[in-house]
Design a protein around this ligand. Structure first.
Ligand SMILES: [Zn+2]
Length: 281
């Protein structure tokens, strides 16, 4: 599988369900691509406004906090523009409506590559992750059809062939692509540390002794320290798999109109050839 790794300038569209979805899995990669001069856009589909265990914070206030956190974090890693679609958080997304909007943005931003959640990973319980990942993948594969959503074309847009969809994380298909983030790991950590609302929610992961409903400044400082350690060890663990100091992992699919280009790999396997090993992209 030949990926688009040329020095040409790429337009990259990151499509996430919630404000913090990209941070842990691909913040280092996005920072690296921004440093390489690629234009990176991020769509945050929902308002992220149920993501807390506190009951003393109204949804509207949480939405504002999350949007501020994401803008501050994205500035650190060089995201060119952050787009908020503000769908309700927690499983109420109209898939067809979202897909049309995503196709619109793929065309408008002339996206060459989409980065998104893997909707086919087993035991994915969050309905927003499933529908957003699926609609993002479909947007990548369907934006090239000129007869689909012709109203976009009436607005001056043209069909767009988005060549690749990168699924982040490693809980789904085995990764076929690792990105060296040794030079941007520190940026990734600074990026993630902006998501204070997430740390309180995930405190069980970092520090089970801290009550997520009652996090003060001392506890937050402690959580950030533990999160930094966790992130470094995560990057190191992925890096070890491909002899890098620090890495992030992806499952990348090349697109054809209406399809993923699965056939090359499948044909090779049918012929009895060894499947391609993961690459450093
Ligand atoms: Zn999420």
């Amino acid at each position: 599988m030949e990926l688009m790794n040329s020095p040409q300038k790429l337009n990259i569209l990151v499509i996430m369900a919630h404000h913090d979805d990209a941070a842990f899995a691909c913040g280092g990669t996005l920072a690296k691509w921004a440093e390489q001069g690629y234009d990176i856009y991020m769509i945050s589909v929902t308002s992220s406004d149920i993501g807390t265990l506190r009951s003393d914070i109204p949804s509207e206030e949480l939405r504002e906090i999350c949007e501020k956190e994401l803008l501050a974090a994205n500035e650190i890693i060089g995201i060119k523009e952050t787009i908020f679609l503000r769908y309700p958080d927690g499983g109420f997304i109209d898939g067809a409506k979202l897909r049309e909007q995503l196709i619109f943005y793929v065309r408008k931003l002339k996206a060459d590559r989409i980065v998104t959640l893997d909707p086919w990973q087993p035991y994915e319980v969050h309905p927003d992750h499933v529908i957003v990942g699926k609609m993002a993948a479909e947007a990548g594969a369907f934006s090239a059809f000129p007869l689909l959503h012709q109203k976009h074309l009436n607005k001056g847009l043209i069909p767009q062939e988005c060549s690749e969809v990168w699924f982040m994380g490693t809980l789904g298909h085995a990764p076929n692509c690792y990105v060296d983030i040794s030079s941007t790991l520190e940026k990734k950590v600074s990026h993630i540390l902006q998501f204070e609302s997430t740390f309180t929610l995930l405190s069980e992961l970092f520090a089970p002794d801290i009550d997520p409903r009652n996090v003060g400044s001392i506890e937050l400082k402690q959580l950030k320290k533990l999160a930094r350690r966790l992130l470094n060890s995560l990057a190191l663990t992925f890096g070890k798999k491909v002899n890098l100091k620090a890495a992030e992992a992806f499952y990348v699919q090349k697109t054809l109109p209406g399809h993923f280009d699965n056939f090359i790999q499948m044909t090779q396997e049918m012929l009895g050839n060894t499947p391609e090993p993961p690459k450093i992209c």
